[in-house]
Design a protein around this ligand. Structure first.
Ligand SMILES: *[C@@H]1O[C@H](CO)[C@@H](O)[C@H](O)[C@H]1NC(C)=O
Ligand SMILES: *[C@@H]1O[C@H](CO)[C@@H](O)[C@H](O)[C@H]1NC(C)=O
Length: 541
């Protein structure tokens, strides 16, 4: 048997040589983009203000990919400040070089460019991109990032008749520079001025009666959870950040900051226009905005009261979150069913308990994790690692468990882990506000939400059977959320609050997923076009 194989391989090689066929590697398709980032003036809430445009668009262009596409995206920065985009939910396998956060990349200086090169490897789903630098996200620069399935891998729902994106987020009339100045002076941001859907307060979606459409909903805002609902219509949930979920029907969905979900909506009502509603959750003042669902055969404008928001109670939202389950027989981007990975049978190698807080440090408001408030270094941590530049980050500052003694302090904190660790990560929130945590480079199983203080006895409430994977998990006030992460992706990965004020003022850290074995099998080489800054300047590659 073996010799036959060998012969046939030889045969091919000889044939190739004979016919002089160039040796093309069966590579995944490449997609090329050039994006230019500029300021513009728009009036999303009625009065003119400065916004960030990409190729003249606000929100930025929709990045449509197919699983395993290679992306070559040249980003040209025409702002007056250094800038980076991060690809929220793209796992960047072996490739934290392209993650687009300040711990992995030098920011692109004004009037300069950087060409991102990454692959949407083994993913299908609804994602977003947004600026990771300063408070740029508050001015725009964000957009939809959809990864469609390859024809050889079917998705577990009928092909929709169309596909609509809803980028929803709270919005300020104040410029990103003024917002940043406020945070720099130690003052929290005020409550946002409004809520936008696709950069507007009055957009319209057109569909045909009887047809079924996919609605991709993402919370691209700064701080506020939202609820999404459609007058007279239900939402059939099919996908959450790359997980194919049990297809439950919902009247409305809570989407927390940084999260995405895809639902199917059937236009099965009488022909008229209907309100699509987004409103803020758990806020004293409720911001509401609408869009219109226009039936193509409609001659009546939308009318009647807006559909009611769900109960204010956190319990309602927790209950909904617990109803999101993996469809274990459905495949993901690969043909093997999601349930074939028995995550619940794996014993974690390490438990990490992270507690958020909002301390004063030197008299100013900061946000911290286990008493450490992160500060960026001028040298990206990834480059410090690569060039062996000492003194850039500190692997002893942040501990795996909260500490009760001592005041909070600032540090460039990195939590060391080993490649192939399987970690239990508990987010403990003893504050009165909603939290939302995102991990780059991974998706993770969200196995439990609970009230009060987490203790090891809470493990008996974990869903170890059909929890779904996602990249951003919410944590309710005075509650905990546990995730399980299989650390199979080497690199320097940002773990951050998706609540942007908290991220900016230090509620983040990096997970260094490391092995001493240097191998291209585990991690790609530094890109040849890498930007160098800080102490990395002048180092030969
Ligand atoms: C900037 O763009 C040019 C093409 O216009 C490209 O050759 C170059 O590699 C880009 N710079 C970086 C750092 O990626
Ligand atoms: C799970 O996915 C399968 C496709 O593999 C689909 O036929 C089935 O309807 C889905 N089940 C639920 C409950 O969503």
């Amino acid at each position: 048997m073996r010799s036959t194989c060998f012969l046939s391989l030889l045969h091919v090689v000889v044939l190739l040589a004979l016919f002089n066929v160039p040796q093309v590697k069966a590579e995944d398709p490449y997609k090329y983009f050039t994006w230019t980032v500029t300021y513009g003036t728009l009036s999303p809430l009625g009065s003119p203000q400065q916004v960030i445009l990409i190729n003249g668009q606000f929100p930025g262009p929709q990045l449509d990919l197919v699983t395993n596409n290679n992306v070559i995206l040249n980003l040209i920065n025409k702002l007056d400040q250094p800038f980076l985009l991060t690809w929220n939910g793209i796992k960047q396998r072996k490739n934290s070089w392209q993650d687009g956060v300040l711990g992995t990349n030098c920011p692109i200086p004004p009037n300069s460019n950087y060409t991102y090169k990454f692959q949407a490897k083994d993913q299908i789903g609804t994602y977003t991109y947004f600026p990771s630098t300063q408070l740029h996200k508050a001015a725009g620069g964000f957009g939809a990032l959809n990864v469609y399935h390859r024809s050889v891998i079917p998705v577990p729902y009928p092909y929709p008749d169309g596909d609509f994106t809803f980028l929803i987020g709270d919005w300020y009339k104040t410029s990103h520079k003024a917002l940043k100045a406020s945070l720099d002076s130690g003052k929290s941001l005020a409550f946002p001025d409004g809520l936008l859907i696709n950069g507007q307060t009055h957009s319209t979606i057109n569909g045909d009666q009887g047809k079924t459409y996919m609605f991709r909903i993402s919370n691209v805002g700064m701080s506020t959870s939202i609820n999404f609902r459609i007058q007279g219509h239900t939402l059939k949930l099919v996908e959450v950040e790359g997980s194919h979920v049990i297809q439950n029907i919902y009247d409305s969905l809570d989407v927390h900051v940084g999260q995405s979900a895809a639902v199917l909506v059937t236009l099965n009502q009488s022909p008229k226009d209907y309100y699509i509603v987004a409103s803020t959750r758990f806020s004293k003042r409720v911001l509401t905005t609408t869009a219109l669902l226009h039936y193509s055969n409609s001659h009546s404008p939308a009318s009647g009261p807006l559909p009611n928001p769900p109960s204010y109670q956190y319990h309602w939202s927790v209950k909904q979150a617990r109803s999101f389950r993996w469809n274990q027989t459905a495949n993901a981007a690969r043909p093997n069913p999601q349930g074939s990975y028995h995550y619940g049978k794996i014993t974690p190698t390490k438990t990490i308990l992270l507690e958020n807080s909002a301390p004063l440090i030197n008299g100013k408001l900061r946000y911290a994790v286990n008493k450490v408030s992160y500060i960026n270094s001028d040298t990206p941590l990834k480059l410090a690692d690569y060039f062996n530049i000492p003194g850039i980050f500190n692997v002893d500052s942040i501990q795996s468990l909260p500490s009760n003694n001592g005041p909070a302090y600032v540090a460039t904190s990195v939590l060391p882990t080993s490649l192939h660790d399987f970690i239990e990560l508990v987010f403990q929130n003893n504050e009165e506000t909603m939290q939302s945590w995102h991990l780059d480079g991974y998706d993770f199983w969200v196995v439990g939400y609970g009230f009060g203080q987490w203790t090891p006895t809470k493990r008996r409430f974990y869903n170890l059977v059909d929890a779904m994977t996602r990249h951003t998990a919410q944590v309710y006030p005075n509650s905990w959320t546990t995730i399980l992460v299989s650390l199979d992706n080497q690199g320097m990965w940002n773990l951050r609050s998706a609540i942007w004020e908290r991220q900016y003022l230090g509620q983040q850290l990096y997970l260094r997923v490391w092995t001493d074995q240097h191998s291209l099998y585990n991690e790609y080489d530094i890109p040849t076009n890498v930007l160098l800054c800080g102490k990395a300047v002048g180092h030969p590659l």
